[in-house]
Design a protein around this ligand. Structure first.
Ligand SMILES: [Zn+2]
Ligand SMILES: [Zn+2]
Length: 213
């Protein structure tokens, strides 16, 4: 099982950026480079990884803010999110001003994702599920052999994503969690966009927003 990952919290929002890689080819992708690009590149270099791709769960500033710069400087293709988040990408400069972030560049993804797609780094393939509700174009990445899901701001340990942003939808978010995350299995460990890892089974038992679903 060649899949590996390391989570590095970035930005003042402590967003869980994850570097994922294939241990056989040492090729890596970075999920949600919200900022602190130098730290992410330093980690990849220290591990001897060849950073090849950028994958995005959604286009909020803390997740996507460093994407344009990283893609431009390293010539990396951008995959995701779903096209429903185009307005959030176009609004990145405004988001950076509003939240006091360093200036963020807009960008055009090389590939928009839809439900059922896959993404591949080295010999590792992850499944893509479209999970709208927090943002309309939010996607998650699931690696079935290691039983790991990178879920962005859909689900947290003990909580769920905010739905009070433009085009956020509470019922849609609950539907994404129960119909697209839970079928992956109670044993799946998820890496949320903020805070500690947990398992879907634990959230189904104890998370007040989705307990018993
Ligand atoms: Zn978000
Ligand atoms: Zn976030």
């Amino acid at each position: 099982m060649p899949f590996r990952y390391q989570t590095l919290p970035v930005t003042t929002f402590h967003q869980n950026c994850s570097i994922v890689w294939c241990d056989e080819t040492r090729e890596a992708a970075v999920i949600d480079p919200g900022g602190e690009i130098d730290r992410l590149l330093a980690f990849a270099e220290a591990e001897g990884l060849a950073l090849k791709q950028i994958w995005l769960t959604h286009a909020h500033i803390d997740h996507a803010g460093g994407t344009g710069q990283l893609a431009r400087e390293r010539g990396l293709p951008i995959t995701g999110p779903h096209e429903g988040d185009r307005f959030w990408i176009d609004g990145l400069p405004q988001q950076s001003r509003m939240f006091g972030f360093p200036p963020a560049e807009t960008f055009e993804p090389d590939r928009w994702l839809v439900d059922g797609d896959t993404v591949t780094v080295g010999r590792c393939t992850l499944q893509v599920r479209h999970c709208p509700g927090h943002t309309p174009g939010h996607v998650v990445f699931f690696e079935p052999t290691s039983r790991r899901a990178f879920v962005g701001d859909v689900l947290f340990a003990g909580s769920i994503g905010r739905t009070d942003f433009p085009q956020g939808d509470f019922d849609q978010l609950i539907g994404s969690i129960t119909q697209r995350l839970w079928p992956m299995g109670d044993d799946v460990t998820f890496i949320p966009g903020h805070g500690d890892e947990s398992t879907f089974g634990e959230e189904r038992r104890s998370n007040p927003y989705v307990r018993g679903t």
